[in-house]
Design a protein around this ligand. Structure first.
Ligand code: KIV
Length: 272
């Protein structure tokens, strides 16, 4: 089983080398992981977006190391063969290189992840990523909008709209590639800037809200499935609209219970 799974990082890079687009979806639990495992999605991200879509918080910042490990472990059980990337939560890789490596190793050992994702590209983070890669941990970078810094970034805004900001994104992308990242997630990056970055890098880019010319795309599970009737921003697409059918199923169940139509004889157990 483990040996089979080890082919996935190279499968990912091979897709990029062959010019095939990479598809990635977030996931946070066993039940959905089992369904994604049966699909052709290339990679699963246990994203700290769970702070918002699972925990109902205002941002991703409150997610803790223990929580991401708890969720990633469940996802790995449901999708043992998929390439699994886990987000390092805010504050778990910022105090020192040693603490960052210790926390990263904890995630890798306790979740059986294939790789970690870290946001940002400050000189300190480049040092952290370099040491992680030297320690044998595959790292995906995350540039553009970095939600863990949303408070200092001034909100969820498209990045790279000015030439100065596009130049900073290029510098960040090249430093992350030089630090050893195997891929780069580009979040809410102006589409032409994302296209240029992708053509200037040898590692694949995976975009969200960054146009069609990245090496692949990532979407949040709840957005793909239309699980939140009150949230459908422009950069996402609902591939199913499940909120209403789910609410209707709960209503139908309640009506059946109320009128005695459930359980029926076929759902009950009787002595022979
Ligand atoms: O946490 C997350 O889900 C992400 C998204 C940008 C895909 O990083």
């Amino acid at each position: 089983m483990a040996q089979k799974r080890l082919k996935y990082p190279s499968h990912w890079l091979q897709a990029h080398a062959e010019g095939r687009k990479i598809s990635m979806a977030t996931c946070y639990d066993f039940a959905f992981a089992r369904l994604i495992a049966r699909s052709s999605v290339d990679a699963i991200l246990v994203g700290d977006s769970m702070g918002m879509v699972v925990q109902g918080k205002r941002s991703t910042v409150p997610v803790t190391l223990d929580q991401i490990i708890y969720h990633a472990e469940m996802v790995r059980r449901g999708a043992p063969e998929k390439f699994l990337i886990v987000d390092m939560p805010a504050g778990t890789y910022h105090s020192s290189v040693e603490a960052a490596i210790e926390n990263a190793m904890r995630i890798m050992k306790e979740t059986d992840a294939d790789a970690l994702k870290l946001e940002g590209s400050t000189p300190f983070l480049i040092q952290v990523i370099t040491r992680m890669v030297e320690s044998g941990i595959p790292v995906m970078g995350h540039s553009g909008l970095t939600p863990q810094s949303v408070l200092t970034a001034g909100g969820f805004r498209v990045q790279g709209k000015t030439s100065d900001s596009a130049a900073l994104l290029k510098e960040a992308a090249l430093s992350l590639q030089a630090a050893g990242c195997f891929g780069l997630l580009l979040e809410l990056v102006e589409a032409n800037v994302a296209k240029n970055l992708t053509s200037q890098l040898s590692i694949p880019t995976v975009g969200i809200g960054s146009g069609a010319d990245t090496s692949g795309q990532v979407l949040v599970l709840h957005d793909i499935l239309g699980l939140d009737p009150d949230f459908s921003p422009r950069h996402t697409k609902k591939y199913a609209d499940l909120a209403d059918p789910i609410i209707q199923a709960f209503d139908q169940y309640t009506q059946d219970v109320q009128k005695g139509a459930f359980p029926g004889p076929e759902n009950s157990f009787y002595a022979e």
